[in-house]
Design a protein around this ligand. Sequence first.
Ligand code: B12
Length: 464
Amino acid sequence: MNITLILAAAEHDPLRLTDPFMPLSLPLLAAAAPGHAYTFVDMLAGETPDLAAPAELVGISARLTAERTAFELADAYRRRGVKVALGGPQISANPHAAAEHADAVAIGEGELLWPLIVADAQAGRLRRFYAATPRPFEARGLSLQQVPRFADLAREVHPPDRRPYRKRYAFDTVFAARGCPIDCEFCSVPALFGHALRRRPIEDVLREIDGFRGMFYLLDDTVFGRPGSYAYYQELYARLGGLRRRRLWTGQANLDAAASEEGREVIRRAARAGLVYAAIGIESIDPRVLARSGMIRKMGVETGEDALARMKEHLRFIQAQGIFVSGWFTLGHEEDDLGSVERTLAFAEELHLLPILCPLEALPGTRLHARLSREGRLDATQRVNIRHPTLSDEALLGAIERATRRAFSPRAVLRRSLHHTPLYGRDEPGAALRMRARMQRTLFTLVLQYHMRKGVIGLANDFR
Ligand code: B12
């Protein structure tokens, strides 16, 4: 079949044209059902779907901010008589809304679902829902095929087929593990990929990385792992560091690994294997928020300890390995007031973190969404869908945007980058190699911040 796979993005998405990472969902889908003629359209990269191009099946992948665009596109294709399947994190979390716009709606992992959808589309017998989850799924009278489990990452993940991309991305993407046991109140990962951490065989991950041209992004929720997976990540990075070609790479991570010697060894090895930048979900600097939401479990803090002091210690350890860190914060928790934005910025400045300030949003399918819905505090008409006890939507977003502009001023960017320069290349044998590592990594952090600026400042706007 002629199949078009689209990564949906709103027209004014601030990440459009600024996101340097190759989206991995489309290559994984193409590999899961091979033997068809695939075309990829990455709307975040500025590509536009050609509705008139021949296609017997269209698969659209959507995250939170792309839902409306995905629905409009699906409607447009279906008006032309083309069968449409919708999938991805937002569709999995809000499948009944998607069912009004698609012939098939995928809830969960494409490795399990896409082969079924393609086969059924070919046979002309598409069902409305395809769900890969061990939890019961209520199809509300519509047709359903359910696979009551998550994918086996050793047997069911095939090497992603990246060939249909026309664009060259600055970063390739790869994943080693899926699922998260922490279960923070606002996060949709446990619902999408389960509470158990599933891991791919290390050889499979390294084979992919060895084929990359240059830098890559390891998509795991925490590239430092968790107690129980430290040995896996230690081995992965030891072997990654031993590959013939060394590459710089990036990923997101939690702080808890820095609280134990086993975890610290993962961090050291990751840094030696080329981890140049880590995005760390610090979420809030208010210990009350961290405790109530369950986020404290990823901060590496024991009961009775001074949470912020411990978190600072962990951050400094990570930076001391030569890793540039951005701190991702969510603002608008019920304990927050307008001063929280300034206090968060001051925390980031003290630690030389690149601050990414995000308005807290209730994602469908999360415990936060369920709680606020029960409490009658969700408001879909606002840019941020949570009604805060004291802060208006505009006041919060305005404060975030002003703080972000300051954090990304050329002076702040330069100071942050130069602060890290002496920390780079400490393990390099010899002064010349050390100097090279310092220059290369400092340049990397400057270019990174330059590219992130527009996307991050735009996040507070209403663009969907
Ligand atoms: C890396 C990442 C990013 C990167 C993306 C880089 C890139 N170019 O891909 C960056 C930093 C840019 C980013 C941004 C955002 N992200 Co993000 N991100 C992630 C992260 C950590 C990994 C995503 C990933 O690539 N996973 C691997 C791919 C293969 O998984 P996948 O896309 O889900 O696809 C699988 C299935 O969903 C399914 N599938 C996907 N599409 C389709 C389509 C069909 C037809 C079918 C059958 C199946 C199917 O099959 C795939 C294989 O199993 C996830 C958390 C996670 N663990 O997944 C959060 C996550 C996806 N992000 C999330 C959010 C909220 C965002 C932002 C909206 C944040 C913000 N406020 O701006 C933005 C939106 C970006 C945008 N405009 O699209 C949420 C999404 C929740 C939701 N309801 O959609 C997640 C789940 C995090 C969370 N804690 O809840 N993100």
